[in-house]
Design a protein around this ligand. Structure first.
Ligand code: ADP
Ligand code: MG
Length: 323
């Protein structure tokens, strides 16, 4: 059986030369970081708990990817450049094949995003993965939730709803042909954090949030903080390729109320439309304009004729009534 320190050394301590920002990584009492001058440190934590965020027995490689991806998605939504992360891990046992797969999934995304593991904590307990990410963003360029403006366009990256569709299939509530389930499951298990887009939108977008709990609920956070309302054109919403084969009502429901999309929802002034499209092209990430912001409060969903129809938000809430 591996000791705690052997486990850390074997799976999580990868010797690396100091880089521009990480002066000292795993192995001391603290890691030491030197964020670029004139930048703010952006910090965010997300926890994944077995039985709550993922099924018992879930593929450890996918878990490694997802645990980091959901955190990187928060940096993306702030316009921050990924810099470093810590990993707090509770494990029922030191299962080496589990650890090797988990580390592979996590580090392949870390390497792709240019972010380094600089420390953490390891303990025995029910499986629980908690990552804290650190990024940097130039002062005054963070994409804050309270910075949306009246008259802004509302945009979303990529596509929505496929992760929710995959979850319904895994829960036995729905079925999909294999080739579509493969596509949808990839969205659920291996989300792509939109870091390049978040950074490209600095100085262009006003406010951004990542869509983790459902578009309506997450957009609601921007609106509440910015004290504004929104109109969404239902027909403009971009369905995932699997969801696009479903009846229209279901598409609209999952795009508005699904979860686990990890796309960016952001606002930008209409005169920046070309700049948004250029930023999206440079980040190789498609974006769609889905509505606009106004005064007042709440979200109106408009049909193709511009008529408002009622749609309830049932965004995910861990302490909500229906759980
Ligand atoms: P301390 O007792 O000072 O908190 P630990 O014994 O918990 O230190 O950890 C030793 C070193 O290993 C520290 O640098 C810590 O950041 C790092 N570490 C512990 N667990 C992990 C992990 N899961 N991933 C990366 N680094 C870790
Ligand atoms: Mg410790």
């Amino acid at each position: 059986m591996l000791s705690e320190f052997e486990l850390i050394a074997r799976y999580f301590d990868r010797p690396q030369a100091p880089d521009g920002v990480v002066k000292l990584g795993v192995g001391d009492d603290c890691a030491l970081l030197a964020p670029p001058l004139g930048h703010m440190l952006a910090v965010s934590t997300d926890m994944l708990v077995e039985g709550r965020h993922f099924f018992a027995g879930a593929d450890p490689e996918k878990l490694g990817h997802k645990a980091l991806a959901v955190n990187l998605s928060d940096l993306a939504a702030m316009g921050a450049k990924p810099m470093a992360f810590t990993l707090a891990l509770a494990l029922p046992s030191a299962d080496e094949s589990w650890l090797a797969s988990f580390a592979r999934g996590m580090f392949s995304l870390a390497d792709a995003a240019g972010i380094r593991l600089i420390g953490g904590d390891t303990t025995r307990g029910p499986l629980n993965l908690c990552i804290t990410v650190m990024g940097s963003v130039p002062e005054d360029q963070a994409l804050r939730r309270d910075a949306a403006k009246n008259g802004d366009d509302l945009w979303v990256s990529g596509t929505l709803g496929d992760a929710r569709l995959a979850l319904e299939v895994l829960q036995g509530k729905s079925t999909l042909p294999d080739h579509l389930m493969t596509v949808a499951e990839e969205r659920l298990h291996r989300p792509t954090p939109r870091c390049a887009l978040g950074m490209a939108l600095r100085g262009i977008a006003h406010a951004a949030i990542d869509v983790s709990d459902g578009l309506l609920g997450d957009l609601g956070h921007i609106l509440a903080r910015s004290q504004l309302s929104a109109d969404i054109h239902a027909a403009s919403l971009p369905p995932g390729p699997a969801l696009s084969q479903q009846p229209v009502d279901r598409q609209t429901d999952y795009m508005l109320n699904g979860g686990d999309d990890y796309e960016l929802c952001f606002t930008a002034p209409p005169e920046k439309r070309d700049a948004v499209l250029l930023a999206a092209a440079s980040a190789k990430t498609p974006v769609t304009r889905i509505g606009s912001l106004g005064t007042g409060a709440g979200i109106q969903i408009l049909d193709a004729a511009g008529k408002s129809f009622t749609f309830t938000s049932h965004s995910f809430d861990h302490f909500g009534k229906d759980i």
